[in-house]
Ligand binder design. Sequence first.
Ligand code: AHG
Ligand code: MN
Ligand code: MN
Length: 335
Amino acid sequence: MSKNVSLTQYLVEQQREHGRIPAQLRLLIEVVARACKRIAISVNKGALGDVLGSAGTDNVQGEVQKKLDVISNEVLIEANEWGGHLAAMASEEMDSIHVVPNRYPQGEYLLLFDPLDGSSNIDVNVSIGTIFSVLRKVGHSPGVSEADFLQPGRHQAAAGYCVYGPQTTLVLTLGNGVAMFTLDRETGSWLLTQKGVQISPDTQEFAINMSNLRHWAPPVRRYIDECLAGKDGVRGKDFNMRWVASMVADVHRILSRGGIFMYPWDQREPEKPGKLRLMYEANPMAFIVEQAGGIATDGSQRILDIVPTKLHQRVSVLLGSRNEVERVTAYHAPA
Ligand code: AHG
Ligand code: MN
Ligand code: MN
């Protein structure tokens, strides 16, 4: 692929030729991409900047916040609140929504994000990322409230993530396929490096935190047992395993070479539907995966059809290569 189509050119083309992207949405994507560039700079500083370690605070879900969780959240808020493209933002790291202050014009979009995904990997120099989801504020009621955010993921206008790894890569869907952009550090530009990304329907690679095996529900246990049995079992082929513990990095690998990713419900905290967050992690990743020809379910239904009841709702996640996700989802069906 020619190395000279920038993110801006790509978005202008989408707007001009496909009429896909209103001006406010285009601005929103550009601003998020710029914020990711700033986060990448902080990530890269590592021990040379004041960015590693704990912030000494807990977030609304009771998780200890790392400095970079807090820094990334602030970067995204500051970058996005003045442009006139947003009505409000919601984040994994904030208790409640952040409404655009009165001194700025209010736009029609709602932005949701996991500012720093893979927090446990920050201090050990393993790939981490930022995940974002864009909804449109529907209805003409004045003001904005949490209820405006509680839309099923299939209504997302855009979704994406940035991986801060050996390369800094931005992955984006506007609902017509998936495009990848690589940050050219010399020029500071995001350059289109892949479009029409497709996840292979079959795979011999799974991603799950195996240390939870004894806590899984029987359908997940059955699926993994069959993978582990390899050539000698019912699957008749050997499987490989990967688990980065940064959803962005695991999903990025799946977009690149296929695979299945699972963070299922388990018995450790039976009242919680899962570990991952529907609005900041599962929905944007499910949208991207479906746009790349894969599927994403919670074991019983399509993630994008779940009607959220709470901003910080959690969900069981099975996503990736179509035939594998269909198989493990079928194992969940009542007999
Ligand atoms: P976050 O850092 O935003 O809290 O998300 C971490 C998530 C996800 O990225 C990853 O797949 C999973 O947690 C890892 O969990 P385990 O440590 O339980 O494997
Ligand atoms: Mn996360
Ligand atoms: Mn996070």
